[in-house]
Design a protein around this ligand. Sequence first.
Ligand code: ATP
Ligand code: MG
Length: 452
Amino acid sequence: MESRGCKSQDGFSNTLFKEQKPVLTQSPAAKIIPRDAHPISRKNIDREALKVMYRLRDGGYSAYLVGGGVRDLYLGRTPKDFDLSTSAHPGEVRKIFRNSRTIGRRFRLVQVFFKGNHIVEVSTLRSSSEYDLEGAVLPANNTFGTLAEDAFRRDLTINAIFYEVGNFTVIDYVGGVDDLEAGIVRLVGEPEKRLIRDPVRSLRAIRHAARLGFSIDPATWDAIAVHGDKLLLCPDSRLRDEICRDLRGVAASSWSELMLKSGVLAILLPGYGKLAAADYRDLPRILAVADRIHKQGETLPDHVLFALLLLPWARAEFDLYHAPVRGQDAFIFSRNLRAALDAQLCHLNISRAIKEEMTVLFSALPMVKAFARESDWPKKFRNKSYFSEAVSFFRILEEACGGPRAGDIAFRKPVAAERGGGGRPRRRRSSRSRQRPAQVSSGRRGGIFGLK
Ligand code: ATP
Ligand code: MG
C-alpha cells in the first residue's frame, strides 16, 4: 500500500481518556490511507451506520467503521453488518440517540434502533477484548482505550482496520491493509499468546481464510496446530455457535478442508481423529452442497448440518448404508448410533432433540437408498413424518457424490436461533421449547421404519 500514497503518523491520542493508563506505553504508528488511495466508498456503507457516525462526530466524538465491515468493503464484498466504534462512552452514546439501549455485561455496547427493525451497534474503543481479560469483576470503565489499543485487541489484522467518516480515511495500526492486499489471515500480535487468551480465534482465522480464499500466515497456522486443543477450554455453547456460523457461512466446504488439515476438527469431533484420510475425503464435497443450498437463500436446520458434518465419520464407523432397518437389530443399531453421537458431540452442547433428529436421518439411509430409484416407496415409510427429510438428506448426499442436483429438498424450517448464523449472544431457549423432531422412532415397534 505504500505505493498508493499512504502516509504514516503517530497513533491518535484519545484525549477523552487521558486519565486512564494506556495498555500500550507508546502509541504505535498508524498507516493513514487517504480517500483516493483506498477503495472504500461511503455509498456502500449502510445509511443508518453513516447517520450514527455523523451524529457522534457532531457531538464532539470520534467515530469509526470497524471490523468485518471495513474488511469486506475494502475487498468489494457486501458486509454482513456494520459495527461502529467511538470515543464516546456508552452513556454518552445513549444521550445522543434516544432510540437506543445498552447491552452486554462486561463490555457494554449500545444498540441504536432504526425503522424496520434495523439496529446499528456502537462500541466504545477498548484497550482489550473481553476474552483477554481475567477475573470476573472489573472496575467500571477500566477497559476503554485508544484507537491503537482497540486495534491491538482485535483478532485478525484484516479485522482491525478503521474507516473514519470525517476524512474518509482508512487507519491501520496492524498491517491489516497489506494483509488484505496479499490475501493473508494473520492474528494480531503474538499468535500463541492471543490464541491461548482466546482459543476461538483459531476458528475465526480458519473461517475468514475459508470465506475469503486467503492463506493463513505460517506463524498463525503453527499456533493453531499447537494450541487447537485449548478450544476445549471454551464454553461448549460458544463453540457450537461458532461452528454453526461456519456451516451456514457458504464457505463450509473450504472451511472443512482447513479444519481437517489443521487438526481442529478432530479436536472438536474426536471421531475424525481416528479416521483414515480416505474416510473423510468426501467431507468438503458434502458441505459444498450445503454451500450451494445456502447461496440460494435456503437455510438448512442444525440437525441436517451436523448430520452432514458427521456423515463421513458415521459412515466409516457404522456402515450406514447396510444398517438393519427392522426389528430388534434396528433398535440396537439406532441406540448405538445415538450413544456414539453423544460422544462425538460432547464438546458442542448439541441438544438431545438435534441428536435424535440426526439419528433418524442416518438410520433412514439404507431404506432410502434401497428405494432411491423408485417412486414406489413402501407405504409405511412414506407415511412416516420424517420421510421427506430422510429423502432430502439422501438427495444431498447423492449430489455430493456427483449425482443429480438435489431438487425439491424439504426440511423443517430452522427455528430463529438456527437462522441467526451466530453473532451477538442470543437468549437461550430451553431444549424443551425447541421444535421437536417430527418423530423419533424408538425402534421398539418394529425398527426405525416401523416395518415388520
Ligand atoms: P462477519 O462478517 O462474520 O460479521 P466479523 O469479523 O465482523 O465477520 P464479528 O463476529 O461481527 O465478525 O466481530 C466483529 C469484530 O470484532 C471482528 O472483526 C473483530 O475485529 C472483533 N472480534 C470478534 N471476535 C473477536 C475475538 N474473539 N477476539 C478479538 N476480537 C474479536
Ligand atoms: Mg461483523
